[in-house]
Design a protein. Structure first.
Lengths: 401, 401
């Protein structure tokens, strides 16, 4: 299958591109490398020393004989995006090419506006390019479980049947996103549903949970293929961050009570879910929604699991409760359905001690690259100006604040 | 009360600014006059010969002794908007400053992207400016009944209580908007709800129906105060367009079967609803939604009412059914609640023969300004490239196509 991976240099994108290439699909990556630029902006870096994309795909070719075409470009540039769609004639496009961090979107007005314009315009461009040049192509779009918020009823997969005053209809599930980033995904979802309806496009909106892990079978082949492992407060996902904290003896930063419950999944399941979506395309005019996660945990549960796994490895780790920098319920009902991908063949990798050990060992291996300052919560939802730009002390190389 | 009217040179904005000024409020208008520019782009003009804003407010002052401050500016320019908020210190801001036409947003990709970026960024800027400089100010934002689409259940005012699997919650009413413009309003609504939640802002989202009429008591004082009357297929609202068609003996353009049912209101009720919202502000942290319309009609019903009223005035008018250029249900259930504004004191001006006569007479008075070409549907939802730019025949002044 000819598959384009937009944002294929990122955390989920790179793992997905390799997995699909390994399965024999013809893969093309489009990326503008802005994710690497954001690390420079924040003075952060991935725990793992990732290589430039050109080196990564060269290593992949040398190891497997498989080629991945790479294009440098920004999906908000319609001329570029539409010319690539015409050139590649993809049967599926996987759209990871968005700003994906809630805290990044909450830094200040400029970051909020950037996130929404970047994500909304990129997706609009993609919808128009598919309609104009590749209308039968299957769009697989990464959404987020965070679009739903934490309603006091069960969360369905995208749509809910409502009985009201004696009548009934199946409608989009009401959305209560919790950051300007999550809002951008809600905007995308509405735009996609509409484009499928009026133009007969086929789309799958994958409302993904919080991803953890860094190794997939392909990434593990060689150090040159290593994937991102973000541990900073802005881009780090919670379990990865806890493991990095444990590795340097830093207390695990739980926000508030830690009762915030979310859906989680292993990155090995992310890549498999994407393949399942590719192999089972949505129908023409259909905008299908899958909830893409395998297990629910509260943040405190994850902290306790990390603490226990670290103890087994001989590391003593404390848990610190910080005032929650986000505006969110710290205790709430949460029950989100997630059976559609399982029905299509997903065999989940549930969170195990072995996986936690592996994550902790990776964090220990690269612990010299960890900057503890980057893990403390500094982006506060209640403030409209969170200055993330640190003045560096030139003599010591440490933040001057 | 100190009130800012963003978009105060437009159709609803101008009528609102005069009404509030007439009631003794201190009114400041912010407008960048882009609505007038869109007329040039489309080769269209308002039926009524509106004056420049400076002349209008001068005439208002001469007639009433009341001043309205006017600022030229674009709400997507944060420096400008935030400085005006600081200067005016408004107790209420009424936000009309958006691209408000569904067909305009459906012309092509450029217009779709412009509409969403313009509307979303303007509203985000306003939310940030209020949070930073005037956090107690009441934001009154124009939404649209079109955000809801046409679900097969009763439409509530913004929120719906859902019972599901034995649990219950009150959630945002699911949205099924029918154009990239309507989608932009849904994006705004979600952004507003979030900003109220995290920053404690107070907001009223007025989901307005289709407005008809042009005369309010204040506008009627003098020809110099005359309001817009759009009749073209892009910006003309349906009843105004029908009256313009009747005035020149043009068949009324009904799209499809004409069973499309919507909420409608007289512009005299628009201005009163805005005042009611001002006088009864939302609480801190509250994002309140009112459905702002007074009666439901199908498009065919309105065509038949126009036909009958025209006949009384001695005009023979046909009704033409065109293939629907939009993707929408031509027959459907529709029952939208609209009691909250009535509970706060709205006394509706229902659609009467007298009002239809008045509208028809205005259309007849200015019929020499009507271009019949502009009333035929040319923006097709199914196409991504609807060329609205006409080559003009220089010799005849008529379109060359």
């Amino acid at each position: 299958m000819r598959i384009m991976v937009l944002g294929g240099d990122g955390y989920c994108g790179w793992a997905t591109a390799l997995y699909l290439s390994g399965k024999g699909h013809s893969v093309a990556i489009v990326d503008n490398f802005v994710r690497r630029q954001w690390d420079h902006e924040l003075g952060a870096q991935t725990l793992t020393p990732i290589r430039p994309l050109a080196d990564r795909v060269k290593a992949w070719y040398e190891l497997t004989g498989r080629t991945i075409d790479c294009y440098n470009g920004d999906v908000t540039d319609y001329d570029l995006l539409s010319s690539l769609i015409q050139e590649c004639e993809p049967e599926a496009v996987i759209h990871f090419a968005e700003q994906r961090s809630a805290p990044y979107s909450m830094i200040d007005r400029r970051h909020a506006v950037f996130t929404q314009v970047n994500n909304v315009v990129g997706t609009l461009n993609l919808l128009f390019a598919l309609r104009e040049y590749q209308p039968d192509c299957h769009l697989i779009k990464l959404g987020t479980m965070g679009e739903y918020g934490t309603p006091n009823i069960d969360i369905e997969e995208g749509y809910i049947t409502i009985e009201h005053n004696g009548r009934k209809d199946t409608l989009p599930f009401p959305k209560q996103p919790g950051s300007f980033y999550h809002l951008s995904k809600v905007h995308d979802s509405h735009n996609m549903m509409f484009a499928c309806k009026i133009w007969g496009l086929r789309a799958t909106d994958l409302n993904q949970g919080v991803v953890y892990g860094t190794l997939t079978e392909e990434v593990a082949l060689d150090e040159a293929l290593i994937n991102r492992f973000d541990y900073d407060e802005v881009f780090g996902t919670v379990l990865n961050r806890f493991c990095a904290q444990a590795a340097i003896g830093h207390a695990l930063t739980v926000y508030g009570k830690g009762g915030q419950t979310r859906g989680f999944l292993d990155i090995r399941d992310t890549v498999r879910c994407i393949e399942i979506a590719c192999l089972n395309p949505a129908g023409r005019g259909e905008c299908r929604v899958f909830n893409q996660f395998t297990e629910q945990f509260s943040v405190l549960q994850l902290a306790q699991l990390t603490q226990a796994a670290a103890k087994e490895l001989g590391m003593r780790v404390e848990i610190d409760h910080h005032p929650d920098p986000r505006v969110e319920a710290e205790e709430h009902y949460y029950n989100a359905k997630h059976s559609k991908l399982v029905d299509l063949g997903l065999k989940p990798h549930l969170l195990s001690n072995a996986l936690l050990d592996s994550l902790l060992n990776i964090a220990v291996k690269y612990k010299d690259r960890i900057d503890a300052q980057l893990m403390l919560p500094r982006v506060n939802w209640r403030s409209t100006r969170n200055d993330r730009r640190l003045a560096m002390n030139v003599a010591t190389g440490t933040p001057a604040v």
